[in-house]
Design a protein around this ligand. Structure first.
Ligand code: HEC
Ligand code: HEC
Length: 635
């Protein structure tokens, strides 16, 4: 699957648009044609606002004016964003509105670093105390933005669009507003999140209304329903524009989810083709941002000819996961460090190895929902669940063996031979080999998902009561405390919305142990020394994967080094602005070092929210009957 998708992705990057081009004729009388026309006009307006920004950044500096103009420019951008980011996500990330961090350009043969640029970098700087002092740099950023916007207008307009693509872009636009807009991800300096969300919603509404003339009779009432929902989204935002107190939970339940669902219904009823038209990890048929299948785990797996949802592979993988036969000394299984009773972690700061008294380098993370990622391990060194297995097998402190030795042992078992035959017969030269072993384990790990927590069921309207403290906590998590700007909904991990194609790592300055008075720097280099050539960058030093906070109530101790024993300690760490906030020298910290100023009640509320993310239903394993293996009696 990955190879196929990579192919489309590359076509997308290098092809004129990456989107199919409907003929000019067809364009004129479709809704999409009208939307494309309005979009082109909006795009030019955005460029004009960038021009004005350059003027405003010029000498002599009037800071109030500059801030006002940046807000205008960003608003103009918000009008084009849902279609622009949909059709040019990578360019957008790299140059227009990506996070204000250094980025490694995947397309650049030299792998040069692109320094922070674009609208987010501007938002951060122009609204900071350094704005006046760094006027030169602001001018440079504005000029860079202009070059990019002019260039992209040349190759990008007119935008060839189909109705199906418009609906897909609208649906991802709803996800974007909820996950990135309302969390403040987008507006690190100005905090202008709600007014910008209004601009986004209005632009999407206006685009949607251009379907008016092509609505079929049986889709008419759905059309009106979507129209009503856009209005509701607007009113909710307009009624309370205060960043801290705006209710994200109400917006999610009353506007975002219903829009996401009803846009799909409209699409179907109006006879518009449905399905994935672009490169992303959403399951197109999902109806709710917190549906169990909102994210498509296939997207992240290695091989389409060895599917992860084959029941035979899953059953086999489950047996292998709990079988100590796989390890060199026959005493260790995956479950030794990933215990189902502890949400597939092990309750230790670092895991015990096969050498008494020696521990693994890092903490054993939960495997529940681990599948929703494009990278694995705290240092991001592996790219699929299948490939992750080899690290355990080879590690002298873990299985300390190799796939040949494992296969030889498994072949001694008629039961295993049969299970492998059923799952993988005829695929390779042998049924039992590296790929089939890895795939079976990955297939089992891929079943460890949890989207039936109290929180999920509440936002899917399956239950009607939800603790008030948790509701306040959710709002803090997604707002004032900024957790949701890294632990993105719905998996609450580092998979970046709205397309969820990449998993992020961050530098938090996690300390050794928990001591707020004398914090100790943790020298673990993390991502910068994970062995991946393109990751060997100074800004990835001490950078670690953003893991999920689902099930954290069960997985203490926390962080890559297991340093924090309780969620209270985790909260205190964030409240102080991470390592840098506690006074350590962490040059590339991506967590803002400013204190969050959370009250005791607010900290408790966030913890209460995280407690409603517990769900191990269907994943508990009481007793696994291991297949018989000759030469290993009485297992
Ligand atoms: C000795 C303890 C131990 C054993 C045995 C073990 N693991 Fe792990 N596992 C860990 C630790 C520790 C990490 C984190 C290591 C790191 O990131 O550097 C980890 C990480 C992982 C991850 C990455 C999770 C993520 O979110 O990135 C997966 C998946 C995983 N293990 C699956 C397995 C499977 C499958 C097996 C059996 C083949 C297994 N583990 C055996 C300790 C263990
Ligand atoms: C700048 C990005 C960022 C922000 C903001 C952020 N986190 Fe994290 N979070 C991470 C990363 C990265 C890790 C893993 C760090 C490590 O181990 O070094 C993590 C780890 C965690 C863990 C431990 C998970 C585990 O299994 O060990 C919890 C709990 C957590 N975060 C909760 C929160 C809460 C609550 C907030 C808001 C107050 C928050 N995070 C804000 C990026 C972030």
């Amino acid at each position: 699957m990955k190879t196929l998708i990579t192919f489309f992705f590359i076509v997308g990057l290098f092809g004129a648009m990456g989107l199919h081009s409907p003929s000019e004729e067809r364009l004129r009388d479709t809704a999409a044609g009208k939307i494309a026309e309005a979009y082109a006009a909006d795009f030019h307006r955005f460029r004009e606002e960038v021009d004005k920004l350059i003027e405003a950044a010029d000498n002599p500096l009037d800071l109030a004016l500059l801030r006002q103009q940046l807000a205008e420019t960003r608003m103009a951008y918000k009008r084009v964003e849902f279609l622009f980011d949909y059709s040019k996500p990578y360019y957008n990330y790299l140059h227009i509105n990506g996070a204000p961090l250094p980025k490694v350009d995947k397309e650049d043969a030299n792998g040069d670093i692109v320094p922070p640029n674009g609208l987010q970098a501007l938002d951060e700087l122009v609204f900071s105390e350094e704005a006046v002092e760094r006027q030169d740099h602001i001018e440079k950023l504005a000029a860079g933005l202009k070059r990019r916007a002019d260039f992209i207008a040349q190759v990008h307009l007119p935008l060839p669009l189909s109705d199906a693509q418009v609906i897909e872009a609208l649906r991802s636009g709803i996800v974007r507003v909820f996950t990135l807009g309302l969390t403040g991800f987008d507006t690190p300096g100005s905090g202008n999140a709600i007014p910008e969300a209004i601009a986004s919603i209005l632009s999407m509404e206006q685009a949607f209304l251009l379907f008016e003339e092509s609505v079929k009779p049986k889709a008419r009432s759905k059309y009106q329903e979507v129209e009503r929902l856009f209005r509701r989204a607007y009113y909710l935002l307009d009624a309370n524009q205060d960043f801290d107190s705006f209710s994200r939970l109400a917006f999610l339940k009353q506007a975002a989810n219903p829009l996401y669902e009803n846009l799909l219904d409209f699409q179907q009823l109006n006879g518009i083709e449905t399905g994935k038209m672009s490169y992303h990890a959403q399951n197109y048929q999902a109806r709710n941002l917190f549906d169990e299948d909102f994210l498509d785990t296939y997207f992240y797996s290695e091989l389409s000819y060895l599917p992860l949802d084959n029941p035979a592979s899953i059953a086999l993988g489950k047996a292998l996961f709990y079988d100590p036969l796989l390890s060199g000394n026959g005493e260790m299984s995956c479950a030794t460090c990933h215990d189902p009773a502890l949400a597939f972690a092990d309750g230790l700061a670092k895991s015990k190895t096969n050498i008494p008294g020696k521990f693994t380098r890092r903490n054993s993370p939960t495997l529940i929902d681990a599948t929703f990622a494009s990278r694995f391990f705290w240092d991001m060194r592996e790219v699929t669940l299948e490939r992750q297995v080899a690290h355990v097998v080879d590690d002298t402190l873990e299985f300390n063996t190799d796939f040949y030795a494992i296969a030889d042992k498994l072949r001694q078992s008629p039961t295993y031979s049969r299970l492998f035959e059923e799952a993988y017969g005829g695929i390779g030269k042998e049924d039992i080999y590296r790929r089939s072993i890895s795939n079976a384990l990955a297939a089992y790990v891929n079943t460890l998902r949890s989207f039936n927590s109290e929180f999920d069921r509440y936002v899917r309207n399956e239950i009607s009561a939800y603790p008030e403290a948790a509701a306040r906590g959710f709002n803090l998590f997604m707002g004032k405390a900024a957790c949701g700007t890294c632990h993105f909904a719905p998996a609450f991990n580092g998979a970046v919305p709205p397309f969820y194609t990449e998993t992020e790592s961050e530098v938090l300055g996690v300390t050794l142990g928990f001591d707020t008075l004398n914090p100790q720097f943790d020298p673990d280099p993390g991502r910068a020394e994970n062995g991946v050539r393109k990751d060997a960058r100074p800004h990835y030093l001490n950078s670690f994967k953003t893991v999920t906070v689902r099930n954290v109530a069960l997985t203490a101790p926390y962080m890559h080094n297991g340093s924090f024993n309780t969620l209270e300690e985790v909260m205190e760490f964030y409240n102080r602005g991470g390592g840098a906030g506690m006074g350590l020298d962490i040059p590339h910290q991506t967590l803002p070092p400013d204190p969050l100023n959370l009250t005791e009640r607010e900290k408790a509320d966030i913890i209460a929210f995280m407690h409603t993310l517990t769900d191990t239903s269907g994943l508990m394993v009481s007793k696994v009957v291991l297949p018989e293996v000759e030469g290993y009696p009485g297992r």
